[in-house]
Design a protein around this ligand. Sequence first.
Ligand code: NAP
Length: 259
Amino acid sequence: MDLGIAGKRALVCASSKGLGRGCALALADAGVELVLNARGAEALEATAQEIRDTYGVPVTAVAADITSEEGRAQVLEQAGQIDILVNNAGGPPPGFWSDWDRADFIKALDSNMLTPIALMKALLPGMIDRGWGRVVNITSASVKSPISQLGLSNSARAGLTGYVAGTSRQVAKHGVIINNLLPGSHDTDRIRTMIQQTADRTGTSYEEAAKERDEACPTGRIGTAEDFGATCAFMCSQYVAFMVGQNILLDGGSFNSTF
Ligand code: NAP
C-alpha cells in the first residue's frame, strides 16, 4: 500500500528498540527519510544502519536523552525540517499509589507529558507554514483502562491526552494532524521485563507467564513491534487527513467493550 509519504522527513523519538523502532522501520518502508533517537549510541547506530541497508532511505541518528532540555535541543538541531513527529520515551517505573512523591511525578510528567509537548511546540510551526504535518504520540492502553501499578504513567499520559485533544483541533485546518496511538501488550524489552517480574512474583516460569499473557488477549498472542509500526505509519499517511485528536487503541481486543 502506498501511504503517499515517500520523501517526507520524520523524527522518531526513542527508536533504537521496541515500539519506536517498529515505527521507524514501517516509515522507512514507506520511503520516509528518518531522524532516529535513543540514549545508547550503539543500539541506535545498529538500527540506523539496518534501516539504511534495508530500505535505502537517509537516516540521521542522534544519541541523546529526549526527556532532557539539552537532549531535545541536540535532536532538534540535527533534525532540521520535520514533516512527521513520532513522540516516544521510556515509561515510568511501576509502584503503589502511596510510593510516589512530588519528584517522581515531576520526572514522569517531564518524560511522558512535557517532552512530547515541547517537541510539538518546536515542530508544529514549521508543519503549519508548509501546510502539512503528522504527529503520533505513543501513549498507552492505560489511558483508557488504568493499570494500577503504573500510576505515574496513567497520570502523565492522561495529561498529554488532554493537551492533544485541544491542540489537535487548533492545528487541523493547516493540514497538521495529531493523534495518539495506545499500545496494549507488545513484545518488546519492556514487556519482557514485566513478564519476568510477574513470573518472579507468582513463582512460575517466564514461559508460563508469557503464555498467560498471550492467552489473555483475544488474538491469542500479544502484539509485535511490526503490528505497532504498521498502524503508526498509516496514522502518518495521507489517508488520515480527516482523523483528528483520536486515541487509537492497539491491544488485540483486550479492552472489552462494544465500542
Ligand atoms: P523498550 O522496548 O524498552 O524501548 C525503549 C526505547 O526507547 C529504546 O530504544 C530506548 O533506548 C529508548 N529510550 C528510552 N528512554 C529514552 C530517553 N529518555 N531518551 C531517548 N530514548 C529513550 O520500550 P517499548 O516497549 O518500546 O515502550 C515504548 C513506550 O511505550 C514506553 O513509554 C512504554 O511505557 C509504552 N508502552 C509500551 C507497551 C508495550 O507493551 N511494549 C505497552 C504500553 C505502553 P535507550 O535506552 O538507549 O535510550
